[in-house]
Write a protein that binds this ligand. Structure first.
Ligand SMILES: Cc1cc2nc3c(=O)[nH]c(=O)nc-3n(C[C@H](O)[C@H](O)[C@H](O)COP(=O)(O)OP(=O)(O)OC[C@H]3O[C@@H](n4cnc5c(N)ncnc54)[C@H](O)[C@@H]3O)c2cc1C
Length: 438
């Protein structure tokens, strides 16, 4: 079998490469950038090695953990695993704290809610009612609605909406409550809360993102006979008689009967659109709206710490702040702002100054910062609206041998690392079945 050509060395492309390699199927990964990892990669800025956006993983990311194991990454070396703790605070809002004890699911949820602080008895009852319907799956409907509508149907009060649901929705789906798909949100909630209690754990990186999966995955593929071509940009697909035959890189063909296109939606649209048989698919993918995520890294003196690894912020421009001390970066805070908003129009200095001012009000004991760096990923994720979720493409395309992978494909998950990994595995299995190698 000619090596399967995998276009894109993000987490989806690498997942496909690892899955195929582990089944002794040869692969060639073709990546346009000078490093692996795509949107979840490490970047070097001045003297720092930072992630191009702060990421948080969950115990429910089973496929990610499985592939990390295959490529030889020890979970303990790259993650600190902590039972879920949500601590939300603000300038004008009393803090809310919900932490889940190490008890079997769903008991952990019940006792976590019972012991929660900052929410009154009636709000706790509202949450318990909602969690019960989550557990009993009373909410399965054919019609997907916005999460805001669903919460209203479940009589969730405004106080919880503002202090809990809106920040959680933005964090998991990068989409506001008024727009976000209930189906996608519930899928994540069920995977996280209704199986084993470890699924709700927070996996906080101890190393930069490159070391968590992309770099070991690349080494694994090469050590098992695969090829990784960096700084090679695929600019065309060769298709004849409804079957893929090659991809073109700088006018040279890389021949293969099996191609997995693991590039972001905009590139995918550009590569598919010239082929009439793929035009409807290209148009669907090209029409998927995208939303940004902004990370502001702020360096304080090395003794500056948060009281917990991450804190949610409710009435400020900043939405979450992460202490990077466990990444060996004492005093470095990563402040995350998900979704669209005025912060995307402000220049970087103005935005950094706004966030630094907010931090000074929230944490008055911190010294003034010594440095900052703003990273804005304009195309961070697709907007997880019900109608956008419904238009996500399958892995299989109308062209024989051509498969799609990526967080935007129909994984049932929002745009996440786990979704990207699952899409890569699904595309790899499609290739194996099609080629009779499964
Ligand atoms: C700032 C930010 C924060 C996030 N936070 C979280 C989080 O906390 N938790 C979570 O689970 N998820 C998070 N995500 C989402 C997660 O990073 C993405 O879902 C995931 O990285 C997408 O992987 P992918 O492989 O599908 O796509 P990509 O990462 O986009 O990979 C596509 C690859 O294709 C390459 N490529 C493009 N064009 C070509 C071409 N013509 N030829 C060859 N190669 C090409 C690109 O260089 C890239 O490497 C976050 C995303 C961002 C941006």
């Amino acid at each position: 079998m000619t090596p399967v050509a995998i276009v894109g060395g993000g987490w989806a492309g690498l997942a496909a490469a690892v899955e195929l390699t582990s089944h002794r199927i040869p692969v060639t990964v073709i990546e346009a950038a000078g490093q692996l990892g795509g949107r979840a990669r490490t970047v070097e800025v001045n003297r720092y090695r930072i992630d191009n956006g702060q990421h948080l993983m969950l115990g429910a990311y089973h496929d990610m953990l499985r592939l990390m194991h295959i490529v030889g990454v020890n979970e303990e070396d790259v993650f600190e695993r902590l039972p879920l703790e949500l601590f939300m605070t603000g300038l004008r809002t009393a803090p809310v704290r919900i932490s889940l004890p190490r008890q079997p699911a769903p008991l952990h949820m019940v006792s976590g809610l019972y012991r929660a602080t900052g929410i009154n008895f009636s709000e706790k009852m509202d949450l318990v009612r909602l969690c019960t319907s989550l557990l009993l799956r009373r909410d399965t409907t054919d019609r997907d609605t916005s999460l805001a509508q669903w919460l209203e149907q479940h009589r969730q009060p405004d106080s919880l909406r503002q202090r809990l649901w809106e920040p959680l929705c933005l964090a998991t789906m990068n989409t506001s409550l008024d727009e976000a798909s209930t189906r996608l949100f519930l899928r994540v909630m069920r995977d996280v809360f209704t199986r084993q209690s470890r699924d709700a754990d927070l996996l906080l990186t101890r190393r930069d993102l490159g070391a968590v999966f992309p770099e070991p995955a690349g080494r694994y593929v090469e050590a098992h006979g695969g090829t990784i071509r960096m700084k090679h940009r695929v600019n065309a697909l060769r298709i004849s008689e409804h079957a893929i035959s090659a991809v073109s890189v700088a006018h040279q063909n890389v021949w293969s009967d099996h191609v997995i296109l693991a590039v972001p939606p905009t590139t995918c649209h550009r590569l598919l659109a010239p082929h009439p048989i793929l035009l409807p698919l290209a148009e669907t993918i090209g029409a998927m709206p995208e939303a940004p995520i902004c990370t502001i890294y702020i360096q304080y003196a090395s003794g500056t710490t948060l009281s917990r690894p991450l804190i949610g912020l409710v009435d400020t421009t900043a939405q979450w702040v992460f202490d990077r001390a466990r990444n060996g970066q004492a005093g470095l805070m990563a402040v995350v702002i998900s979704g669209t908003g005025n912060h995307m129009d402000a220049d970087k200095k103005t935005l950094a100054e706004t966030v630094i001012r907010e931090m000074a009000m929230l944490f008055p004991h911190w010294p003034p910062p010594v440095d900052w760096h703003v990273i804005r990923e304009k195309h961070a994720t697709f907007v997880a609206r019900p109608e956008v979720n419904a238009m996500r493409p399958a892995n299989r395309t109308p062209v024989r041998g051509l498969w799609l992978a990526g967080d935007y494909t129909a994984t049932g998950y929002p745009a996440t690392l786990e979704g990207a990994i699952r899409s890569g595995i699904a595309a790899a299995r499609g290739v194996m079945q099609e080629s009779g190698a499964a």
